[in-house]
Design a protein around this ligand. Structure first.
Ligand code: ATP
Ligand code: SF4
Ligand code: MG
Length: 662
């Protein structure tokens, strides 16, 4: 870990200036609509200014809606030097780059340049677009239209960022044909190199004072070395992670490795095609690839037809899986031996050779005996309808992340509304390896006692029972009616979203309630939220992605309903391995891992409700375990300190009062 250069006399050197900026007569008050000084925000800004002055690490937690963005941007723009801000999603990245940073820059009159850097797949590639237009082989009429739009867009865009072309949906298949990957990019050999959007974005990031990235990009760099972060990090003085509670999950995703049987099948197809066209006499190509393909298929067939996940120790030693894995490795080696001889006959054959070697290396790493012993990685498989993915996930991300933080001393800020459980950061700290680093929590600026109620209905069945979701809807209906719509129903599963949507649609019709319904998946997240805000009496049903980072201020959102306590599914192999590892150390996996995770999630969901000193509303948590289980108390004590009730009548009276004040 880097040694901290904290200088005691750096503490407080910017206090007066921060006080002024955030104060009643300061520049923020003068230019931000509805601005009111909030002590938590000002104190947090001071602490971050101190961390920047001393080049230290700080974990800074302040409640949802406190205004953390300005609290870190102000010191960062004034004193942070070269700053990297990383946030959870591309949406939040755009919001920082287009809205929050320009606002603060203007308010502070700070002469800093800013840049936005996303992953390669977000930028149009001139070369691949050109090729796709020429080949003209598209799988649908829709894609033909999209390609036309993209062809027009590339002539006017400055950035090539696909987010600017909202007309073509983010998940349209055509995007993969007009963007590049590390493997398919020609780099400096490319004829379009001078105009290339990927290169341009990276160059701008190099030169800018403040660069906005996302956690995926930040961590993908460890594995791919193709994100531009590696060139950026060495010169950064300050790194700020917003939505830092997401880091453990994102890092776990990227610090691991995944290899799929479909990659093998694609490779075999290419080897066959390229071999036949460039080196027909070089080998019996069909006979060469057939056994590799068979082994890849056998690997998938070792598991039942439905979609399943198993950790390696759940796979019986007698399972055909292990034999198929060995056969796959050996047949791939034979294929590589032939490719080594033939590769010089064509560039495409050389590419096949390189790909085969990379793939073979990944399968080679899947050596049960080694990893079983070291215990550093969890090996697990995930079976899809026609493919099998092999995952190798680190048990702990702490050592890898600490390695990434090594090097030049700099400031590291971790901020979120939810890193701690009742001021206790130990769960987060041990996941991230941030031992002995200062961590602070500031109380929320809101008066939750006055502004809201926590309502836990009586008589709910057990959450795993068949009738549970119907009971949730039955209990929710009178509350939604009392609130006049204005509801988020946050579900723990997509299945629950679907079921609730059907039931609510029926019930609204039966009862003659005209609350517009917005269902997760019916449109993009931003669009759904815009429509929800505009409706003013909408009911939005969402799963995980709506629990976080959603800001609906004011009257349009007055009721947040949560179906179940958000415990992670118990069949997750990485989770079980982590719990097993904790229990070996004498810790209780439920108390030290699952419970804090669920609390952090729940706090995020609850945090959607009160976003302003004037917001009022009800948080309804349907799960009876909140009351019946011994751990329930720990959960509700971690939530904002709402007034609490179990009586529907009390909730109805509360809504009556806010709807007809006075
Ligand atoms: N002192 C203030 N007075 C009034 N409004 C403010 C103040 N500071 C920030 N805001 C506004 O409050 C809203 C929420 O701020 P912000 O998004 O930074 O909250 P946050 O603390 O990051 O919350 P979350 O954890 O939910 O992301 C923004 O619209 C912002 O412009
Ligand atoms: S350099 Fe790579 S990403 Fe850029 S246009 Fe060429 S192939 Fe596409
Ligand atoms: Mg925020």
């Amino acid at each position: 870990m880097t040694e901290s250069l904290a200088t005691p006399n750096a503490i407080g050197i910017h206090d007066a200036e921060v006080e002024h900026i955030f104060g009643l007569t300061g520049p923020l008050s003068a230019s931000v609509k509805g601005y009111r000084p909030r002590q938590a925000q000002t104190e947090m800004a001071k602490a971050i200014a101190d961390a920047i002055a001393g080049q230290t690490t700080l974990l800074a937690e302040a409640g949802t809606g406190t205004g953390k963005t300005y609290a870190y941007l102000t010191p960062a723009l004034l004193w942070g030097g070269k700053v990297i801000v990383s946030t959870g999603t591309k949406n939040l990245q755009d919001q920082l780059f287009l809205r929050d940073i320009p606002t603060i820059r203007k308010v502070l009159k700070a002469p800093v340049s800013i840049a936005l850097l996303k992953g390669r797949a977000n930028y149009l590639c001139h070369y691949h677009l050109e090729r796709t237009i020429q080949n003209g082989r598209l799988s649908s009429r829709e894609d033909v239209g999209y390609l036309r739009d993209i062809g027009r867009f590339i002539k006017t865009t400055m950035t090539g960022d696909k987010a600017e072309l909202a007309r073509v949906p983010e998940n349209a298949s055509v995007w993969s044909l007009v963007t590049s990957t590390k493997d398919t990019c020609m780099g400096s050999e490319c004829q379009y190199y001078q105009d290339c959007f990927v290169m341009k974005a990276r160059k701008e990031a190099q030169q800018a004072d403040v660069v906005v990235v996302n956690h995926h990009l930040f961590f993908a760099d460890v594995a791919l070395k193709d994100t531009g972060i590696a060139e950026l990090l060495p010169s950064a003085n300050t790194v700020i992670f917003d939505e830092a509670h997401q880091l453990p999950e994102t890092a776990t995703l990227f610090f691991g490795e995944t290899v799929s049987t479909s990659q093998v099948l694609e490779l075999c197809r290419d080897v066959l095609a390229e071999g036949l066209s460039h080196a027909r006499d070089g080998a019996e190509w069909a006979k060469l690839v057939a056994p590799v393909e068979r082994a890849a298929r056998d690997l998938r067939l070792a598991f039942p037809q439905d979609i399943v996940r198993y950790s390696i120790d759940q796979i019986a030693l007698s399972s055909p899986f292990f034999e198929a894995l060995e056969t796959l490795k050996s047949t791939m080696d034979e294929m590589i031996a032939v490719l080594e001889k033939q590769a010089e006959r064509a560039e495409t054959l050389e590419q096949c050779r390189a790909r085969s070697i990379l793939l073979a290396e990944q399968y080679e790493k899947w050596n049960a005996a080694d990893d079983g012993k070291s215990g550093d990685y969890v090996l697990w498989v995930e079976a899809f309808s026609t493919s099998l993915q092999l995952h190798r996930t680190p048990l702990s991300i702490a050592p890898i992340f600490n390695k990434q933080r090594e090097g030049v001393p700099r400031t590291w800020i971790f901020t979120s509304a939810t890193m701690a459980v009742k001021n206790d950061f130990s769960h987060y700290v041990s996941q991230m390896g941030l031992w002995d680093q200062p961590a602070r929590t500031w109380p929320s600026p809101f008066n939750y006692q006055e502004q809201g109620f926590l309502y836990v209905p009586n008589g709910m069945p057990q959450p795993n029972s068949y009738e549970y979701m119907d009971a949730v809807i039955d209990a929710a209906l009178p509350v939604i009616e009392a609130a006049g719509g204005k509801t988020f129903l946050l579900c723990t599963t997509l299945k629950a979203v679907k079921h609730s949507a059907e039931r609510l649609r029926d019930e609204f019709q039966k009862r003659g309630l005209d609350f517009p319904l917005f269902i997760h998946g019916d449109a993009g997240r931003t669009e759904l939220l815009d429509r929800f805000r505009a409706a003013g009496n909408g009911v939005l049903i969402g799963s995980q992605s709506f629990w976080e980072g959603v800001d609906v201020r004011g009257d349009a959102l007055s009721l947040v309903i949560i179906d179940k306590l958000p415990f992670a599914p118990p069949d997750d192999p990485v989770l079980s391995a982590r719990i097993a590892a904790m229990e070996k150390k004498g810790l209780n996996g439920f108390v030290h891992h699952q419970l804090p995770e669920a609390i952090i999630n729940l706090k995020q969901g609850a945090g959607r409700l009160i976003r302003d000193e004037g917001d009022k509303g009800v948080l309804m948590i349907c799960d009876p375990r909140l009351i019946s289980k011994p751990y329930g108390k720990r959960i509700w004590q971690s939530l904002p300190s709402f007034a609490r009730t179990r009586e529907l009548a009390e909730v109805q009276a509360f809504f009556k009062k806010i709807r007809n004040p006075g």
